[in-house]
Design a protein around this ligand. Structure first.
Ligand code: MN
Length: 200
């Protein structure tokens, strides 16, 4: 069985950039529903219920075809949001330092250029989806995915992700996705991104 991980900070911790009500609904209702639907889809399949969701997503062709789309959508939702809560934190943001800062400079030119490219990918993702920073054997790149798809499905490792579904920002920002993305950089938890970068 999969379970909804708790938020590592209070619902209002990311104010004023991400509001309390959005965090509450996003975590409890949206992520909660992905977890419930994932468990429902895999009910009775004890083997799959026992392995990490990331491993299931890397091997979706091993999921029974009858429930594969449900597992893709809801398992993707579970994995993506589990990462998303971790890579944000209060009193963070700014630019990273250390090794990852050097790698960002090497692969994108400089931090501002990286932010610009990542933000543009978020604006360019039509409809619902995600933007990711990928660590591909030490080389960083930016990709975006539709719906709840994840780079894990392509065997790529996401170390930072931005949810651009309207449910992530509509209460506070309405249609202004650009304002949400701009604000989001203030809550990026680079310490966690560095940890994920180092563990690949
Ligand atoms: Mn979401």
């Amino acid at each position: 069985m999969f379970s909804l991980p708790g938020l590592p900070y209070p619902y209002n911790a990311l104010e004023p950039y991400i509001d309390e009500k959005t965090m509450q609904i996003h975590h409890d209702k949206h992520h909660g529903a992905y977890v419930k639907n994932l468990n429902d889809a895999l009910a009775g399949n004890d083997a799959l219920l026992a392995i990490p969701i990331e491993n299931i997503l890397k091997n979706l062709n091993q999921v029974p075809e009858a429930v594969r789309t449900k597992v893709r959508n809801n398992g993707g939702g579970h994995a993506n949001h589990s990462l998303f809560w971790q890579i944000m934190a209060p009193k963070t943001g700014g630019a990273p330092s250390g090794e990852i800062a050097k790698v960002i400079d090497r692969d994108f030119g400089n931090f501002a250029a990286f932010v610009e490219k990542f933000s543009s990918a978020g604006m360019g993702r039509f409809g619902s989806g995600w933007v990711w920073l990928i660590n591909d054997a030490g080389k960083l790149s930016i990709v975006d995915t539709p719906n709840q798809d994840t780079p894990l499905m392509e065997n790529k490792v996401p170390i930072l992700g931005l949810d651009v579904w309207e449910h992530a920002y509509y209460l506070k920002y309405q249609n202004l996705r650009a304002d949400y993305i701009k604000a989001w950089w203030n809550v990026v938890n680079w310490q966690e991104v560095v940890k994920r970068f180092a563990s690949v």
